[in-house]
Design a protein around this ligand. Structure first.
Ligand code: HEC
Ligand code: HEC
Length: 421
């Protein structure tokens, strides 16, 4: 975990100057000065802007090589647990109609994600957000686009049971596991329990996900001292990333994410307006996440962090995603608004606007950290080349063969038991 620790450094780059220039006036819908939502703590509040203005330099963790992922004390790793978790990750019986596994949506050949703007859903539905890769998910302390769950152990049941994802029932999924002798044996070996329990299934999946990490990208090699790991173009791109282009303000540290929440100006997903099924899921999410009637009827975009705390200054804010493995995870942003990294760079260069001039549906909460960058074509190319350095080799695996069901007893055993009565 050590390399994940955010080593504060004093940044000299122009990015800092940008951070310093955050003004209270630019904050729009602001939190009350004493707000302590605990969720938006690092989005600069007017109070913080004051602190920034006084501090000579802002503290931004530098990009760093990725260390091993943190392992929670109550779910230690073992080879047998990881193997069990891998089977379960690929097993559609952990879901409603036994047709959708984690891997169905987090398809290894699609970057352990789903290569559509809005993810596929449970059969008969579409999801409402774009998919996220499993690779390096082990490092986040907040999962999902709006950071709504704190651990992989808590995330797995949310996925397997969510109405537009796995749509499973705990009791039914557990009953299935208990009728699969291969699992009975493995759960016994790993957890010492006579019959598989569903809670331990999530633990095993989490353990498997902690092996799906990538720590040998060109950037890691470069940061560990191999200066030949980046091309000259990429080295120039790195300087832009840390300076003029200001990416480092949010995509920093070993994960290239500060895990804070921002509204950077990504426009709404057009698909909600055109696709009836997507519209149903979109409204369903508002309903199920406790929105009031008015919001449910009138809202036109994903309110993000607002769902969790109902603070109006958090509308349209999302967790900063890591940039690792992005070479395999297009399209980008929470509803796949951009298909290429060129489009992403142009979006940032315009100060958070797409090519048609569209921006966030919640302009009052748009962060002042995103401003026009005035990058030249050559600078854009250098930055693009550098973004490649966050991705190493594609992570592929041989899909496991799943163990089969077996009835608890055979007909002969049943007849023998009846005869003995
Ligand atoms: C129907 C498709 C679907 C299924 C099935 C599914 N997921 Fe997901 N997964 C998604 C989508 C879409 C997101 C992003 C959703 C959001 O943020 O609201 C996501 C997000 C995640 C994340 C968060 C990654 C991050 O960067 O925060 C993890 C971890 C994850 N899924 C693991 C799993 C596991 C484990 C399973 C099986 C138990 C699973 N998923 C099943 C579609 C799916
Ligand atoms: C103010 C914080 C901030 C800054 C500065 C910033 N980003 Fe981001 N970035 C985010 C957030 C938040 C998202 C997700 C937004 C969404 O989906 O609505 C994101 C998403 C992305 C994505 C998509 C990742 C994915 O998995 O879909 C890429 C690529 C990216 N940023 C690259 C950059 C680059 C390159 C720069 C510099 C030019 C930059 N970012 C500057 C906060 C920031």
């Amino acid at each position: 975990m050590s390399s994940l620790k955010k080593t504060p450094i004093l940044m000299m780059a122009t990015a800092v100057a940008a951070a310093l220039s955050v003004s209270a006036a630019a904050m729009g819908d602001k939190p009350p000065a004493a707000a302590s939502s605990g969720m938006s703590q690092v989005q600069p509040t007017p109070a913080m802007a004051g602190t920034f203005a006084k501090a000579p330099e802002a503290v931004i963790p530098p990009l760093a090589p990725l260390g091993p992922p943190p392992i929670p004390l109550d779910n230690p790793m073992s080879e047998a647990k990881v193997e069990l978790g891998k089977l379960l990750f690929f097993d559609p019986r952990l879901g409603g109609d036994a047709s959708v596994s984690c891997a169905t949506c987090h398809e290894p050949e699609q970057g352990w994600s789903w290569a559509e703007d809005i993810s596929r859903g449970y059969p008969g539905t579409v999801h409402w957000r774009g998919n996220q890769t499993i690779i390096n998910a082990a490092y986040y302390s907040k999962l999902f686009w709006a950071g709504s769950v704190p651990s992989l152990e808590a995330q797995a049941p949310a996925a397997a049971k969510g109405g537009v994802a796995g749509n499973g029932e705990n009791d039914l999924m557990e009953a299935r596991l208990r009728l699969i002798p291969g699992y009975v044996e493995r759960f016994n070996e790993v957890f010492g329990e006579p019959w598989p329990s569903i809670g331990n299934a999530w633990k095993a999946i989490a353990a498997y996900e902690r092996t799906l990490v990538q720590r040998d990208t060109p950037l890691d090699k470069y940061l560990l001292g191999d200066s030949s790991a980046l091309t000259e173009e990429q080295v120039r791109g790195k300087a832009l990333f840390e300076g003029k282009a200001r990416c480092i303000l949010c995509h920093n540290g070993a994960l290239a994410s500060n895990e804070n929440y921002y509204n950077i100006g990504v426009p709404r997903a057009e698909r909600w307006l055109e696709d009836g099924l997507a519209q149903i899921t979109f409204r369903f999410q508002y309903y199920s996440k406790g929105s009031d009637e008015e919001l449910y009827r009138t809202v036109k975009d994903d309110v993000g962090l607002y769902f969790r705390n109902k603070n109006k200054w958090d509308k349209g804010k999302f967790r900063v995603p890591s940039l690792r493995y992005i070479g395999f995870t297009e399209p980008y942003m929470r509803q796949g608004q951009f298909y290429t990294l060129e489009e992403v760079i142009d979006f940032y260069d315009r100060g958070g606007f797409d090519e048609d001039g569209n921006t966030t549906s919640y302009p009052k909460t748009k962060t002042p950290l995103i401003t026009k960058l005035n990058l030249s074509d050559e600078e854009k190319e250098d930055l693009l080349a550098f973004l490649d350095a966050f991705t190493g080799e594609e992570i592929t695996i041989v899909k496991p063969r799943l163990p089969g069901y077996k009835p608890l007893f055979t007909l002969a055993e049943l007849e023998a038991a009846q005869a003995a009565k």
